[in-house]
Every structure is written in C-alpha cells, then in structure tokens.
Design a protein around this ligand. Structure first.
Ligand code: ADP
Ligand code: ADP
Length: 225
C-alpha cells in the first residue's frame, strides 16, 4: 500500500499552474528520485509534500493523514536543503541536538539520539567542530543527521549532492543509500542529474512540464536492449 499518496494533485502559483493533475504513490521505505530539467515542477512537488504549498486541488496523504489537515509539527516530514542551512555558530553536536531540544526531551535522551545520529552518518568524533571546520561532504552528512534524529516518516532532499565536488558526490551517493537502508526511512530527493537518480533511486519519477513523463525503476527506465 501507498505510504505517501499524491492524488489528482494540482499545484499553482497564482494563476500559473506549475503541476497539473499529478498522481503518485510511494511505498514505505522507498527511495524516490524526482528527476527532470529546471522548471519541470520538482521543487513545487516537494514543497507540497512538505506541506509548504497548499494544493489548488487534489490531496496528499502521508501514513493515512491528509497533510494539509495535519499540524506542521505532526507531519513527520524532514527536509534537507541544498544549502544545508546549518547553524554556523553551533557545534556539530548542537546542530543535531537543536530539534531534539525544541521537543524538550530529557538531556540524557538528547545526548543518546544525537550521538547515534552522528554515528549513523559517520561523524562520530566530530561533535565539537563547527560547520566551517567540516568538509562539504561532512556538512552534508551533518544536515542529514540533523533531520534523521527527528525520526521523520518521510525525508525530503532538495538537490542534496549538488554542492559537492565530483569525488564527494560519488562518496555521498553510497552514503545516502546506506543511511536509507539502515534507517528504512522513506526518502524523496530532487535532482536534475540522471546519473544520480540512476545510481541512487529505487524508482525514478521523470517529470516534464509539471507532468510525470515516465515512472519506474532505473532498469525499467533505462534498460538498454
Ligand atoms: P530550483 O533551483 O529549485 O529550480 P529556482 O532557481 O528555479 O529553484 O528558483 C529559486 C526561487 O525562485 C524559488 O523560491 C522559486 O519558488 C522562485 N521562482 C522560480 N520560478 C519563479 C517564477 N517564475 N516566478 C517567481 N518565482 C519563481
Ligand atoms: P524545478 O524544481 O523542477 O526546477 P519548480 O517546481 O521550481 O521546478 O518550478 C515549476 C514551475 O513553477 C516553473 O515554471 C517555475 O517558473 C514556476 N514557479 C516556481 N516557483 C514559482 C513561484 N514562487 N512563483 C511563480 N512561479 C513559480
């Protein structure tokens, strides 16, 4: 059954329809890539799943709950932005602990979850570093850890690897896949890079002009005869 379900979804900016009538079902634990050229509606679709953009019509259901009818703090959506949006003045530990502190968890639990989160992304031992004292790939992992510790139902990643150089991008592909398999979290990521979608995703949603042009596993979409 679908864990995330987009049905008859239309997304607009004023009079401009960016995404007309989209249908998409995502299973729990899937790693989905939204692939397509700039302007095809990837970010708009992500924003809607995150509840940041109210659909003009249609509906988004996550784990049985209509997103627009669910309070923001109960949606269970994690976001990892292109820019990472880390707090520059806070240590790696405090960056990850930040959201847990807002939840007012006991300090002991915050420590345990934060350490586990840093460990999951291979950053154990880097607790005291500020973001500027970490490499691009490490900053990327830190942003990932910060979202993961909140135990989201769905993790949305907007061009997660685009700021990394070619070597790190390859390394982080493997890393992202490993983290997804280890945690079992449902992930949807946006990319305009076909090789990235092919390497990472369980299924690829190929978008064009706000519509799904093709949908399937990497093999189904790009199998060579
Ligand atoms: P992305 O790199 O995610 O495709 P863009 O660079 O296209 O994003 O857009 C950056 C910002 O500009 C976004 O906040 C987006 O909502 C906004 N934007 C994009 N296209 C338009 C548009 N036609 N009119 C107004 N704002 C736009
Ligand atoms: P992508 O993420 O695939 O680059 P977007 O979802 O950002 O595409 O954009 C889809 C369409 O919606 C584009 O035509 C873009 O110009 C338009 N758009 C995006 N953001 C805005 C905005 N804030 N206002 C008006 N139009 C927008």
């Amino acid at each position: 059954d679908a864990f995330v379900s987009l049905s008859d979804l239309t997304l607009s900016y004023g009079q401009t329809v960016a995404v007309p009538d989209l249908d998409l079902d995502i299973a729990e634990g899937e790693l989905i890539a939204l692939l397509g050229p700039s302007g095809c509606g990837k970010t708009t679709t992500m924003r809607a799943i995150a509840g940041l953009l109210t659909p003009t019509s249609g509906k988004i259901v996550i784990d049985g709950r209509d997103v627009t009818r669910t309070p923001a703090n109960q949606r269970g959506i994690g976001l990892v932005f292109q820019s990472y949006a880390l707090f520059p003045h806070l240590s790696a530990f405090e960056n990850v602990a930040f959201g847990l502190r807002l939840k007012k968890l006991p300090e002991r639990e915050i420590r345990a979850k934060t350490e586990a989160g840093l460990d999951t992304v291979g950053l154990a031992g880097f607790e005291k570093r500020k973001p500027a004292e970490l490499s691009g790939g490490q900053q990327q992992r830190l942003a990932l850890a910060r979202s993961l510790v909140m135990e989201p139902k769905v993790l949305l990643l907007d061009e997660p690897l685009s700021n990394l150089d070619a070597r790190l991008r390859l390394e982080m592909r493997t890393e992202l896949q490993r983290v997804q398999k280890d945690t079992g979290v449902t992930m949807v990521f946006v990319t305009h890079d076909q090789s990235e979608a092919l390497a990472l995703a369980d299924r690829i949603v190929l978008m064009k002009d706000g519509r799904i042009e093709q949908l399937g596993t990497p093999d189904e979409l790009y199998a060579r005869p």
